[in-house]
Design a protein around this ligand. Sequence first.
Ligand code: NAP
Length: 282
Amino acid sequence: MTRLAGIMGWPVTHSRSPVLHGFWLEETGIDGAYLPLPVRPENIEQALRALPILGFKGCNLTIPHKQAALSVVDRVDPLARRIGAINTIIIGSDGSLAGRNTDAFGFRENLRDAAPDWDPTAGPAVILGAGGAARAIVAALADAGVAEIRIVNRTLTRATSLARDLSTPKVTITIHSWNEIGIAQRHAGLLINATSLGMAGEPALLLDLSSLPPLTPVVDIVYVPLETDLLASARRRGHPVVDGLGMLLHQGRPGFEAWFGTPVRVTNELRSAVLATLAPAR
Ligand code: NAP
């Protein structure tokens, strides 16, 4: 009767999801297991279709499967369809596969925890990046009631696709090059790094924050290192800062709750357990 779930990726060894779900399984005492499932890109459809046969309740997806799985599953929830990627699959009692994207949820819950005073109507949100994570964050912010989102990205065509896919009548998405970043920060109510810049092993992200209003929260979704150069410089200037670990932890909650049938929380003990498994900061 052991309940089974896991994460499919290629490679999958870098994923912290087994630690996260393992912590919750131990904390809740549920008879369950959460397994790393290395699956090559060419085998994703067969692997997903095998899950109900093997008795799995569902799985998470990581690189490179998040987009490809969209065309395999039987149902995709509207938010995941808008974002264009799924990271969580829930298997129904009839063996069908339902795809969701929980990154937007993870972002929103982390922001709520770490910057509870943030007001979506305080001003435009500036997002650095236009990749998969940025798309989920745009959806989260639009749903939270932000009226203007400024995307700053190296590759402008990627930002244009994001704006085309995620614009709604209630949100204006504008596109900016990196040399317009100072202008984009003016009057902003939130600044988010959703690029891989600043991550250990990647180029640094050194921003001039002088045009950002003093009380505007700064979020970095990079979590290795936990305190990025961006967060350190924002902290020195007195901005509320939000690190990326909470987003990673919160995005796991909907899957756990669906597969194992119990709500779970993000606690300091969980943060410490996952932090202990992350590579040392530079
Ligand atoms: P992605 O789809 O590959 O997008 C990467 C983004 O970074 C793109 O906007 C890319 O710009 C930009 N970028 C990369 N190298 C750059 C450089 N040298 N100069 C300027 N821009 C550069 O990746 P993703 O899935 O969105 O993830 C982005 C980051 O967020 C990663 O570090 C990932 O670990 C982190 N993340 C964290 C969480 C969390 O839960 N905390 C969740 C998801 C992702 P171009 O479009 O110009 O290539």
